[in-house]
Design a protein. Structure first.
Lengths: 396, 267
C-alpha cells in the first residue's frame, strides 16, 4: 500500500489522558489496572477504568448522545489537541472529504443495560430518556465523532470484536486510495459495561489479578476502556517529512472457532505476513512487535507460535498489563503505543509477568528497553477469528 | 467512481425465497404477497456450531451461500464484507434482561454470539475461509456503507468480494424504539473484472449531488425497504431483476451513494 502520514493522534485510557501521560506511564512502568469497583459489578477481577467519566457530559448540542462510550470518545477528541488538528484538516480538505471510520465492540451498550433496569413495570417499555440511535446502535460512536468534529464524509463503524479499531486503518487506506475521501479520522472507543465483564467471566477468561501476558501462571484478561484517534493523510498533502507513517495492513480469519484462536496461530501468522507484504517489508525490518498478548491460557501460545515463526528473536511485548484489554479500542490504543515507542525510542516491557512461560519462545521483554527503532508491527485479534496486523514506521 | 461486476445474488426476505423465485416479484411481473421470511437450516456448519447460532447467522449464511452458488465461486478464498444495523437483537435482549436481574450469569455462548461479527466468524468456520473479512454497522445506511466498502475493496485490492447484509427484528422493548419489521438477508458476489459469470456492472460513486432516494413501486416491498436497513438493497435488486440499465440512489449519511446498473455484456 501507499504509506500514509499520521501527524496527529490522541489517546485516553487508564494510564492517563493524552500521549504525554501515556508515554510517561509506560516509561515509568506504571499500570492503570485496579481492583474492579465499576458500577455494581461484584466480580473478583481487575480493570483499567478511566477516572472521572461519570462527571463528564458530552457537548450540549449533542446531549442525546450522552453515555459513557461517547463521553470517553469526547475525552479522546479533546486530548492532544486532536479536534483542533481535525478542524484544520476540515479547512484544508473540506468536511465532506474526510472519512470517519471507528472501531468498537459494544458502543454505548452500558446505557442499554442501565435502561433495562428501569423498564416500566406495567408495560416493560424502556425509559423515555433512552436514545437508541445516539447510544445503543453500534454506529452511534461514529455518528457522535462525525458530528462532534463537523464532518460529513463517508463514515461507518467496524465491529469485529477485538480487531475492530485495527481494521479501521485498512478501510481508511482503501477509501483514500480509491479517492472516496482525502483524509480519514480513524480510531476506536470501548467503555466498561456489564456485558463484557460478565461475558468474559462466563468464559472463564477474566483474571483474578492484574493480567500477566506470557506468564506461566497467566489466568486471563483484565478488561479496560479507552479511546484513541489518528488522522490519516496522504504524504504529499502534508508537506514536511520526518513524521509517522502507516506502512502496512494485514487481515485474515482463523476459520477455526468463535472464541478460541487457532492453536498454531495460522490466522495470526497470515495477518502478520499480509501486513509485511502490504508494507513491502520483511520480518527483519521490524524492530519491535506489540503483541495482542491478552494473557489467556489459549491465546498467548497461539500468538507466540505465529510471532516466533516469523520474527524469531525480535523483541516483543504486550502492553495490556498497563492498559488492560481495551477490546474494540485495543487496535488503535496499541497502534498509538507503537507510534510512541518509535517517537520515544521506548520498547515497553510487559507488566505483572514474573515467570515467562517456558513453552513460549518469543523474545518477550520483561523490562523497558531504550533503543532507536524505526518500525513496529502491532497485532489485534478478536472473537470470530478476526485478525489484523498493522505496520508503523518513522519517515526516513 | 468504481466499477464492479455482479456474479451472484442471494436473497431471503418475507415472501422472497431465493433470487430465482424473487425476480418476477421484484420486477412487478408477479404480484408480491408478504409472507414470513423462511430461513433454511444450514448444513454448512458442523452440528455443534449450528446449534449455537442465532437467526442472523442463519440468514447471512443462507444468503451468502446462494450468492456463491450463483457465482460459481469458491467461498474459501473470497474476502467478505458483512453489514448489519442491529446484529442479533434477540440475543442482545436476553443478555440485557439477565444483566438487569441480581443473577447476572450470562451464558458463554450468548456472549460470544453477541459480537457484531458473529456471522462473519461462523461464515469463516463454515467455508474454511481465511480471507479478510469485515463487519460493519452504519444504522439505516448499513447497506450503502457495505456496498461502498465492498466496491472500494474490489477497486483497490483487485480481488473479488462478497457483500452480505442482514437484519432481524428486535423483540420488545427494543422493537418499540427500533421497529425493524421483518428478517431480511441479501448477498452479492462482486469482482473487478468481467468473467463468464458476470451479468451486470455497478458503477458506484459517493457524493453530495442532489438526488432522490430510489424507492420500490410496490407498496408492500416499499414498506419493507423503508423499515429494514438490509432491505435498502431492494431497488438495486429490482434493477438487477429487470436487467435494464438503471440508476439507483441510496441515502448515506449527509450524502448519497449513486449506483449505475448496466446489464453485462452490454445490451
Amino acid at each position: 500500500m501507499q504509506p500514509l502520514a499520521i501527524n496527529h493522534f490522541s489517546i485516553v485510557n487508564a494510564l492517563g489522558s493524552g500521549a504525554a501521560a501515556v508515554a510517561r506511564a509506560l516509561s515509568e512502568g506504571r499500570t492503570g489496572l485496579a481492583r474492579c469497583g465499576f458500577e455494581t459489578v461484584t466480580l473478583e477481577t481487575w480493570v483499567g477504568e478511566v477516572a472521572g467519566l461519570d462527571a463528564v457530559r458530552v457537548r450540549s448540542d449533542l446531549a442525546a448522545y450522552d453515555c459513557r462510550n461517547n463521553r470517553l470518545a469526547q475525552a479522546g477528541l479533546e486530548a492532544d489537541n486532536y479536534a483542533d488538528a481535525v478542524a484544520a484538516a476540515r479547512e484544508k480538505y473540506g468536511a465532506a472529504r474526510i472519512g470517519v471510520f471507528m472501531g468498537t465492540s459494544t458502543s454505548g451498550i452500558l446505557q442499554t443495560e442501565l435502561a433495562y433496569r428501569r423498564r416500566d413495570p406495567q408495560t416493560g417499555a424502556l425509559p423515555a430518556d433512552f436514545h437508541y440511535v445516539e447510544s445503543h446502535n453500534t454506529f452511534s460512536l461514529a455518528k457522535f465523532v462525525q458530528r462532534y468534529l463537523g464532518l460529513t464524509g463517508p463514515a461507518f463503524v467496524v465491529s469485529s470484536a477485538c480487531s475492530s479499531s485495527a481494521k479501521v486503518f485498512g478501510h481508511a487506506a482503501r477509501m483514500m486510495a480509491a479517492g472516496v475521501c482525502d483524509a480519514a479520522v480513524v480510531g476506536g472507543v470501548d467503555s466498561l459495561c456489564l456485558t463484557t465483564l460478565y461475558g468474559f467471566h462466563s468464559l472463564g477468561l477474566t483474571s483474578r489479578a492484574p493480567c500477566r501476558p506470557f506468564d506461566v501462571d497467566r489466568d486471563g484478561i483484565s478488561v479496560g476502556e479507552g479511546a484513541g484517534f489518528a488522522l490519516l493523510e496522504n504524504i504529499l498533502s502534508t508537506g514536511a517529512g520526518g513524521g509517522m507513517r502507516l506502512l502496512g495492513v494485514g487481515e485474515s480469519c482463523d476459520a477455526y472457532h468463535m472464541s478460541t484462536p487457532h492453536p498454531e496461530g495460522l490466522g495470526a501468522q497470515l495477518a502478520m505476513q499480509h501486513a509485511l507484504d502490504s508494507a513491502g517489508l520483511t520480518a527483519a525490518d521490524i524492530d519491535y512487535v506489540n503483541l495482542h498478548g491478552t494473557a489467556t491460557k489459549a491465546s498467548d501460545p497461539s500468538e507466540d507460535k505465529a510471532v516466533h515463526a516469523l520474527f524469531g528473536e525480535t523483541p516483543v511485548s504486550s502492553t495490556k498489563g498497563a492498559t488492560g484489554h481495551l477490546l474494540g479500542a485495543a487496535g488503535i490504543t496499541e497502534a498509538i503505543i507503537s507510534l510512541l515507542a518509535i517517537e520515544h525510542g521506548l520498547l515497553p516491557g510487559g507488566l505483572h509477568t514474573r515467570t515467562l512461560d517456558p513453552q513460549l519462545l518469543s523474545n518477550y521483554l520483561l523490562a523497558n528497553k531504550q533503543a532507536r527503532i524505526s518500525r513496529v508491527l502491532s497485532n489485534s485479534f478478536g472473537f470470530g477469528g478476526s485478525n489484523c496486523s498493522l505496520v508503523f514506521g518513522r519517515d526516513t | 467512481m468504481m466499477r464492479v461486476f455482479v456474479e451472484g445474488i442471494g436473497l431471503l426476505g418475507p415472501g422472497l425465497n431465493g433470487w430465482p423465485a424473487s425476480r418476477a416479484l421484484l420486477t412487478g411481473d408477479a404480484a408480491y404477497v408478504e409472507t414470513p421470511t423462511v430461513v433454511p437450516a444450514s448444513d454448512w456448519l458442523p452440528p455443534a456450531e449450528r446449534r449455537r447460532t442465532g437467526l442472523p447467522v442463519k440468514l447471512a449464511l443462507a444468503a451468502g451461500r446462494e450468492a456463491f452458488v450463483h457465482a460459481g465461486r469458491d467461498a474459501a478464498i473470497t474476502a467478505t464484507v458483512f453489514t448489519s444495523s442491529s446484529g442479533d437483537g434477540e440475543n442482545l435482549d436476553h443478555i440485557c434482561t439477565t444483566l438487569a436481574t441480581d443473577d447476572r450469569d450470562i451464558s458463554p455462548t450468548r456472549f460470544h454470539n453477541s459480537v457484531h461479527n458473529a456471522p462473519a466468524g461462523y461464515w469463516s468456520i463454515a467455508t474454511r475461509s481465511q480471507a479478510p473479512s469485515t463487519s460493519l454497522c452504519c444504522h439505516d445506511a448499513s447497506f450503502a456503507a457495505g456496498l461502498l466498502d465492498a466496491a472500494t475493496q474490489v477497486a483497490v485490492d483487485g480481488k473479488p468480494v462478497a457483500l452480505i447484509t442482514y437484519d432481524q427484528p428486535y423483540p420488545q422493548p427494543l422493537h418499540a424504539v427500533r421497529p425493524i419489521t421483518v428478517s431480511f438477508g441479501m448477498a452479492l458476489v462482486l469482482t473487478g473484472q468481467s468473467t463468464d459469470r458476470a451479468f451486470a456492472t455497478l458503477d458506484v460513486s459517493y457524493g453530495a449531488a442532489a438526488a432522490t432516494v430510489t424507492r420500490m413501486p410496490d407498496h408492500g416491498l416499499e414498506r419493507i425497504r423503508a423499515s429494514v436497513p438490509a432491505a435498502r438493497s431492494l431497488p438495486l435488486l429490482a434493477a438487477l431483476a429487470r436487467a435494464a440499465p438503471a440508476v439507483i440512489v441510496l441515502a448515506y449519511g449527509d450524502q448519497h451513494l449513486r449506483v449505475e446498473m448496466t446489464p453485462w455484456p452490454r445490451p
